[in-house]
Design a protein around this ligand. Structure first.
Ligand SMILES: [Zn+2]
Length: 296
């Protein structure tokens, strides 16, 4: 049986060196517990090599902490409901603006726009489908997940993708590093792995083109696309979950006591415009690929 669809040569066909990066955390400049300097130190100790500090309603400059092994990118959690993150922006925009207007104003600064914790914000798919300058969804927010049980937005992501709206998926810590908060949220629970050089231009370009995946630990190592076929290699996991929107789907299970390090999209799989992949480790930690879009 030959598939009657073909995939675009998605950004995830890249392999090679990656940068561990985070684009959601807070300092004493809003409701975080540490200074910007100590926040950067904490993140660097967790292996992050790129960080955007996203204080509420204000850009905390972090580019000054950049050196040969670390890249800071000035960013903001803008405020207003539903909330939005701007990565690589000089300033926030008025919180009274609509989501569409905020995304437009942040994108006009050259920024990468991410809808912050969608489930926590109680949005509907239409809010994002009709937002032209929105580039990504925060599909996993560790703080919201650990403190409020509403940090996951992958089902909403599929509803948006299923309507033909292209959005990348970003995982973030939303770390506050603050003992005064009701729940102490730390770094290192959700991040993105970017195929880019350690420069602002390279990272921003990669983010906008979807050249990254999101993870709590597991990793995508290699992806091959040929016509309607996708094959992946990954870190050892218990499951590889192939998803689209609607009834079609497939879970590749490791044999009992074993691990999967590769998987392929079954030939019978009929994608509803896109396919995306979730890795599930033996400890339950997940990774999420960006979507692969069907051509035409
Ligand atoms: Zn936040």
């Amino acid at each position: 049986m030959k598939s009657d669809h073909a995939f675009e040569l998605a950004p995830l066909t890249l392999s090679g060196p990656r940068i561990k990066a985070g684009f959601h955390c807070h300092t004493v400049n809003s409701d975080g517990g540490l200074s910007p300097e100590d926040t950067v130190k904490r993140y660097r100790s967790k292996g992050y090599r790129c960080l955007g500090i996203t204080d509420h309603r204000c850009v905390t400059p972090v580019s000054g902490f950049s050196d040969d092994g670390f890249l800071g990118i000035d960013s903001v959690e803008n405020g207003g409901d539903p909330d939005i993150i701007g990565v690589d922006v000089a300033s926030g925009v008025p919180v009274e603006l609509s989501l569409v207007e905020k995304a437009e104003a942040l994108a006009a600064q050259g920024g990468f726009t991410i809808a912050a914790h969608p489930t926590y914000c109680g949005v509907l798919p239409e809010d994002y489908v009709n937002c032209p300058n929105l580039m990504a969804l925060e599909i996993y927010n560790a703080y919201c997940d650990q403190a409020y049980a509403n940090g996951l937005a992958t089902e909403l992501w599929d509803m948006v993708l299923g309507q033909g709206k292209r959005l990348w998926g970003v995982a973030g810590d939303d770390a506050h590093l603050n003992p005064e908060k009701g729940y102490y949220s730390d770094a290192g629970f959700g991040w993105v792995e970017i195929w880019a050089d350690l420069s602002r231009e390279s990272v921003l370009s990669a983010l906008k083109r979807g050249m990254f995946f999101s993870t709590q630990g597991p990793t995508f190592e290699r992806t091959a696309i040929e016509g309607g076929a996708i094959r992946i290699e990954c870190s050892p996991v218990a499951e590889v979950r192939w998803r689209t929107y609607g009834h079609t789907g497939f879970v590749d299970h490791a044999a009992p006591g074993a691990s999967l390090t590769q998987s392929a999209l079954p030939e019978w799989f009929r994608p509803a415009g896109f396919v995306r992949i979730e890795l599930v480790g033996h400890d339950g930690r997940k990774a999420w690929s960006n979507p692969f879009f069907v051509r035409g």
